[in-house]
Design a protein around this ligand. Structure first.
Ligand code: NAP
Length: 239
């Protein structure tokens, strides 16, 4: 397909697709993670300044198709993408990765927000947070009976009653088993990202009979075409 594409990234699927794009396409990243330097397509980093800023970029760069492959919890950029496509009268296609589903032996508890999370953790001592950066803002609120472990992209110095591990997926099952054992984890906290690369932690929780507290997915806008898999999207793009 020769349409000029703007691909909004931030997921492993986005990077995989970006590797297949030609030089006239643009791959856009917020700038929180690694920026690849070995792609044939153009790479840009940083926000656009809301939906209006994104629409202006689309016009300036003569973008003809917007692809939203951002993370399912990155609700703001997905809302901006849908709105900007509307404002610019171009199509927006999105990869809407399905969430994980609880199976036999799972004890999953869904919460809506941080307050719900704190309440759900009340009876636990050694929570393992795999939610990204949000818990970093709450390190001064750790209840006296708890020791937290946070796993996010960048390590930080430990604070009283909390360890902050920096790690990027994919995570292998054996490594996850060893981590839970070392920490004495009694509850896992996660987003329901649906990503295969972070799924092994759920298997470990299942094996150990541990509850998993999941932050509910945000609502995302409907766009012109939505795909459940990268393969289906790539096929529609003839890539
Ligand atoms: P967000 O709240 O939806 O977006 C915040 C702002 O970041 C957006 O309004 C936009 O700024 C900018 N932005 C986000 N993605 C961008 C992109 N691909 N290119 C250019 N600007 C972008 O997103 P977030 O939850 O902070 O996540 C930031 C990025 O990390 C996203 O790209 C997402 O895919 C990725 N990520 C998020 C999570 C998660 O759990 N939220 C997990 C893994 C990866 P302007 O309004 O100025 O344009």
């Amino acid at each position: 397909m020769s349409r000029r594409i703007l691909l909004l990234g931030g997921t492993s699927e986005a990077l995989r697709l970006a590797r297949r794009l030609s030089p006239e396409a643009v791959y856009s990243l917020a700038g929180l993670g690694r920026v690849p330097d070995d792609l044939a397509c153009q790479v840009r980093v940083g926000g656009f300044g809301g939906a209006a800023g994104l629409a202006a970029y689309i016009r300036e760069q003569s973008i003809e198709l917007l692809l939203d492959l951002t993370h399912p919890y990155a609700a703001q950029i997905s809302a901006n993408a849908a709105r900007a496509a509307e404002l610019s009268a171009i199509a927006c296609w999105a990869l809407r990765r399905p969430g994980w589903r609880a199976g036999e032996g799972d004890d999953w508890r869904e919460v809506d927000n941080w307050a719900g999370l704190v309440a759900a953790l009340q009876n636990f001592q050694r929570p393992l947070f795999t939610l990204g950066r949000e818990p970093l803002e709450h390190l001064h609120e750790i209840p006296l009976h708890q020791h937290w472990t946070l796993r996010c992209l960048t390590a930080q110095e430990a604070v009283p009653r909390a360890e902050i591990i920096g790690a990027r997926g994919p995570f292998a099952l054996d490594g996850e088993r060893a981590l839970f054992a070392r920490l004495g984890t009694d509850v896992l906290i996660s987003k329901n990202s649906g990503s295969q690369s972070t799924e092994p932690k759920l298997q470990v929780a299942r094996e150990l009979g541990l509850p998993v507290v999941l932050l509910r997915r945000p609502l995302l806008p409907s766009v012109e075409r939505e795909f459940l898999s990268l393969e289906a999207l790539a096929e529609a793009l003839q890539l």
